[in-house]
Design a binder for this molecule. Structure first.
Ligand SMILES: O=C1O[C@H](COP(=O)(O)O)[C@@H](O)[C@H](O)[C@H]1O
Length: 244
């Protein structure tokens, strides 16, 4: 039975440092148990702050970064290196400073990549990469998600048909209500396969969606993002202001 836990800290800086510290501990534990760790990164503003905070923590040196698989929950389908790509932001925040194995950094394809601007082909390519280990999905230790003002997670938006998918691990997203309009995302079943899902939100613009999602409003994708063992809501006090 999956457990849901809500952690509230005073402000966004404390939240970023807290999540970074928890992530390091989780990766260290996974490597101690199995020799490697598999983490799904998210995009967005708080994600950048979490990754930057991770780079500032001396405990990050306890990780064997060459034995960490990094995946993404979604990507803005833009050319490689575009500053709005979640991959670019993560690389700039910290990834480029870590001794990662490039073969284990599984960025989603760019719109000038091997499939050009065919987002369906890019999503299928990412599904094949996820499957390369012999199962539809790797065993994700932690899957992190930002939470949109509208309650979206990854690129699953309320009322959008991709939110309703119950099969498959990835999908192209067209007509996203948030720019850019074309994206690639993990599906809800793929998100729900992770051992732990961490929903991370800071700031007053998240108060309403977080309150509704934690309260179980199933119209919001965030309310469906649960982990197999645990679901953590990691919030600052502004984002948590409507959580009962
Ligand atoms: O576009 C996106 O937005 C969400 C939330 O971003 P935030 O800046 O409001 O925190 C993010 O989780 C998602 O990965 C990203 O593609």
């Amino acid at each position: 039975m999956s457990k849901t836990l809500v952690v509230v800290v005073p402000d966004a800086d404390t939240l970023a440092a807290t999540v970074a510290s928890r992530l390091i501990a989780k990766i260290v534990d996974a490597q101690a148990e199995r020799g490697s760790a598999s983490v799904v990164l998210t995009g967005g503003r708080i994600a950048k702050r979490v990754l930057a905070a991770l780079g500032d923590l001396p405990e990050a040196a306890a990780i064997n970064w060459s034995r960490v698989d990094l995946w993404w929950g979604d990507e803005r389908f833009l050319p490689a290196g575009d500053p709005e790509r979640n991959e670019t932001q993560a690389r700039e925040a910290v990834l480029d400073t870590l001794a990662l194995d490039p073969a284990r950094v599984h960025a989603m394809p760019a719109s000038d990549g091997p499939d050009g601007d065919d987002a369906e082909a890019a999503a299928a390519r990412y599904a094949a990469e996820l499957r390369a280990g012999g199962t539809d999905l790797p065993a994700f230790d932690v899957l992190m998600l930002g939470v949109g003002e509208d309650g979206h997670v990854a690129s699953l938006f309320p009322g959008h048909p991709v939110f309703d998918l119950t099969a498959g691990t990835t999908s192209a997203v067209h007509d996203s209500p948030k720019p850019p309009p074309t994206r690639v995302t993990l599906t809800l079943p793929a998100i729900q396969s992770a051992d732990e899902v961490w929903l991370i939100a800071a700031g007053p613009d998240k108060t309403d969606s977080v309150g509704r999602a934690v309260g179980g409003d199933k119209a919001l994708p965030a309310a469906h993002a649960t982990g197999v063992s645990k679901t953590y809501w990691l919030l600052d006090s502004a984002a948590a202001a409507s959580v009962a």
